[in-house]
Design a protein around this ligand. Structure first.
Ligand SMILES: Nc1ncnc2c1ncn2[C@@H]1O[C@H](COP(=O)(O)OP(=O)(O)O)[C@@H](O)[C@H]1O
Ligand SMILES: [Mg+2]
Length: 279
């Protein structure tokens, strides 16, 4: 395997389509498959990875690496239930955007770290002249869309931008409800001129998981959402070769304990949902 992680940009042209949800759960599945994963929140204005993972109080982010030339280790935290490493966002205070040279520095650091995957969650769209310059640093861009006209046309426009920049891309369709008025996967594939890597249904587990700060995939691996994300994740896993590219290093006793506590919390949440459904 080539040195450095496979760097994936989770993107969309339109906001609110589920980038963060897909990024967090894709990273979760890859971690559970024993890949070494770094999840980065690069949505500087609206960071939200931390909310999904219970890391919202960390308040350090990717921009800190570029802006202050701090030791990257000081902004990386471990998500104990999965063992993945995370650079959450700076939720409070002034929004800081990195400059081009700072972005170059961030990617240099990412490449040096010993991960199989770096999953980078981004803001909608591309900042022209700033981000264009560094898109070449990514190995692949995942375009997330919902099965609606406005979202799909934006997704296809973004795909054309990636084409002109020579960046490999793939499409994940999120929040599918199988309604008559929805655009079908086949129609999306025809206009995208490529195949859809992931088809993920609308699922109540998602808002529940955000409220509980536990990735949906950890809450329930057998629901429609988790099955959709899991199928897509395995396709991305195939990009770096073997199914178990590199084993995670042994977890510390403390991390194991937190995992057990996390699972106990998960079971409590599921029990309360089931009870609500019965009532
Ligand atoms: N598959 C899904 N099923 C149900 N709700 C979803 C799903 N995907 C995303 N959402 C909801 O949509 C909202 C926006 O998702 P988010 O991941 O934050 O989008 P983005 O990062 O593109 O702005 C969130 O409140 C989330 O709960
Ligand atoms: Mg987001």
């Amino acid at each position: 395997m080539a040195k450095g992680p496979y760097i994936v940009r989770i993107s969309s042209q339109k906001g609110g389509v589920g980038k963060t949800t897909i990024a967090v759960n894709l990273a979760t599945v890859l971690s559970m498959l024993d890949y070494k994963v770094l999840l980065v929140d690069a949505d500087y204005a609206n960071p939200s990875v931390g909310f999904h993972l219970g890391l919202e109080n960390v308040n350090r982010g990717f921009a800190d690496i570029g802006a202050k030339r701090v030791d990257p280790k000081s902004v990386i935290v471990t998500h104990a239930p999965t063992g993945m490493h995370v650079i959450p966002g700076r939720v409070g205070g002034k929004v800081v955007y990195p400059s081009i040279s700072q972005i170059e520095w961030q990617f240099k650091i990412l490449r040096e770290e010993n991960y199989d995957f770096a999953i980078v969650d981004t803001a909608p769209g591309i900042l022209p002249f700033v981000e264009n310059v560094y898109l070449k640093n990514y190995d692949e861009a995942v375009i997330v869309t919902t099965p609606e006209m406005a979202s799909c046309t934006s997704a296809i426009r973004l795909a054309h931008v990636y084409d002109t920049l020579g960046l490999k891309h793939s499409l994940v369709v999120n929040r599918m409800r199988n309604k008559r008025y929805e655009i079908s996967i086949q129609e999306i594939e025809e206009s995208y001129e490529g195949s859809v890597t992931g088809a993920v249904p609308e699922d109540e587990i998602v808002p529940l998981s955000i409220a509980e700060h536990i990735p949906a995939y950890l809450l329930n691996q057998r629901c429609g959402f988790s099955e959709g994300v899991s199928r897509a994740s395995k396709r991305y896993a195939a990009r770096v070769g073997g199914r178990y590219a590199s084993k995670r290093e042994g977890m510390s006793l403390w991390d194991r304990l937190l995992t057990v506590l996390g699972l106990r919390k998960r079971n409590r949440v599921l029990a309360s949902v089931e009870k609500e459904e019965e009532e």
